[in-house]
Design a protein around this ligand. Structure first.
Ligand SMILES: CO[C@H](O)c1c[n+]2c([nH]1)[C@H](O)[C@@H](O)[C@H](O)[C@H]2CO
Length: 448
């Protein structure tokens, strides 16, 4: 039997981005502000005072960027829609130029044989809705469902793969518990309420899709396996709390209609009780789960690290990325096997996977040598192939990210792209990892 790696015949190879991180022009042509417009322009929130005012200028350069995708040989492109570009007040009136931008982008992609994979919400909530309570207001489930209906009715004749939310955990943890991300709240009572309303909004949008949609819809979650730092009961329990908080908190309600028991232990008196009908809304049948994987956590007990009381332990012999994440491809295979075993082997896409390393400047001849990123992709793609061989239903992979972009609170200091962006000139340069990925796609993985 040949040792050559070969992915399934119709395996889908793509790359991912998100609206606020690449588009720029956040208020152009009638667009309304998102909470990231406000958060980025509040001093101290983003490194070096960077904002998404220009970013990769994708709003004006989308034709050029689609040509880049074609040059790399992408079969799919995962992107998000700016809710407030399409509906400036988040509800009611639709901005024809705003929705027209996405309509045109979809047509450009299809003309190049690239499958659009659309995420409705990638953190950039309309500011007007946040002013009405945002994810803390139960009405947001209806607001999101109305926005989703507008997008389905406009694009579902051409878009065949939808995701409701990108990483509700990050919105709850970063936006409401720790305040590191928009809207910048620090409140352990708000975080579980936001998480629950995100899940309710997800369910409401899926219900609408079952009325009007003809293709597939799913949810994108970030998953990070937690390995106890020792055999001690304290570390085992800490890893279990971290696992429930980050991994089970969103998938259990969607698949089982209930939260992990451990969530009460995490939030204590801040953990609310919810009506049964909320879980009936949340547990809508899904066509796939999108998994965003970057790293693992070797976890120890830390009573002062509230509310989870768990911290990651640095691994002395490991390689770490510029964002401080351990390179650990086995964590991806372990995670995918866990999802398959716990939730009945649902169809999966790896919707994000990648790394920020310190990239050298563009060299003579226009090359950007990023061997560490190539090594990262090789290791993680092999890990995916390993579990596919075991029967895990992985149907596609999107590298994070197509372009160097605005890495949220890190600003432009952390480069995840397989394409280098000179933010002063907006010049794009394929990195060595883009040429590597082009070969991976062309050989369906045989070069790995
Ligand atoms: C904690 O979630 C994942 O680690 C994660 C990593 N990432 C993400 N989620 C987000 O979906 C992207 O917008 C980020 O740019 C990307 C890189 O940081």
């Amino acid at each position: 039997m040949s040792n050559a790696i070969e992915f399934p015949k119709n395996f889908l190879w793509g790359a991912s981005t998100s609206a606020y991180q690449i588009e720029g022009s956040p208020l152009a042509d009638g667009a309304g502000p998102s909470i990231w417009q406000r958060f980025a322009h509040s001093p101290g929130n983003i490194r070096d005072g960077d904002t998404g005012d220009v970013a990769c200028d994708h709003y004006r350069r989308s034709a050029q960027d689609v040509a880049l995708m074609r040059e790399i040989g992408l079969q799919a492109y995962r992107f998000s829609i700016s809710w407030s570009r399409v509906m400036p007040s988040g509800r009611g009136a639709v901005n024809p130029v705003g929705i027209g931008f996405y309509d045109e982008l979809v047509d450009r992609l299809l003309a190049q044989g690239i499958k659009p994979m659309v995420t409705l919400f990638h953190w950039d909530l309309p500011e007007t809705l946040d002013n009405q309570g945002g994810w803390l207001n139960r009405d947001i489930a209806d607001w999101f469902a109305d926005y989703a209906r507008v997008m389905f009715e406009r694009l579902d004749d051409r878009v065949t793969s939808w995701a409701t939310l990108n990483e509700p955990w990050v919105v709850s943890d970063g936006g409401y518990l720790n305040g590191t991300l928009a809207p910048g709240h620090h409140n352990r009572f708000e975080a579980p309420i936001a998480a629950h309303n995100l899940l309710r909004a997800h369910g409401a949008a899926v219900k609408v899709y079952r009325e009007v949609g003809k293709h597939e819809i799913g949810l994108v979650v970030n998953l990070e396996p937690k390995y106890p730092a020792s055999e001690s009961a304290a570390d085992q329990q800490a890893a279990a709390r971290g696992h429930a908080y980050m991994n089970g908190q969103f998938l259990d309600p969607v698949f089982f209609g209930r939260y992990p028991e451990k969530m009460k232990d995490v939030y204590g008196d801040a953990w609310p009780e919810w009506p049964a009908e909320d879980f009936e809304l949340i547990r809508q049948r899904l066509d796939f789960i999108g998994v965003n994987y970057y790293t693992r956590s070797v976890t120890r007990d830390e009573p002062s690290a509230l509310p989870v009381r768990a911290v990651a332990v640095r691994q002395p012999l490991a390689t770490y990325t510029e964002t401080g994440w351990e390179v650990y491809a086995r964590g991806l295979s372990d995670t995918l096997e866990w999802v398959a075993a716990r939730y009945g082997n649902p169809p999966l896409y790896i919707t994000e996977n990648g790394a920020a390393f310190f990239d050298p400047p563009v060299a003579e001849g226009g090359r950007v040598h990023d061997p560490l990123r190539i090594d990262y992709y090789q290791k993680h793609l092999r890990a995916i192939h390993e579990v596919i061989q075991k029967g895990v239903d992985v149907r596609g992979y999107c590298a994070w990210s197509l372009l160097d972009n605005l890495e949220w609170a890190h600003g432009f200091s952390k480069r995840f792209g397989i394409v280098h962006v000179n933010f002063a000139t907006q010049e794009r340069t394929l990195k060595d990892s883009a040429y590597f990925y082009r070969e991976v796609i062309a050989t369906n993985g045989a070069v790995l």
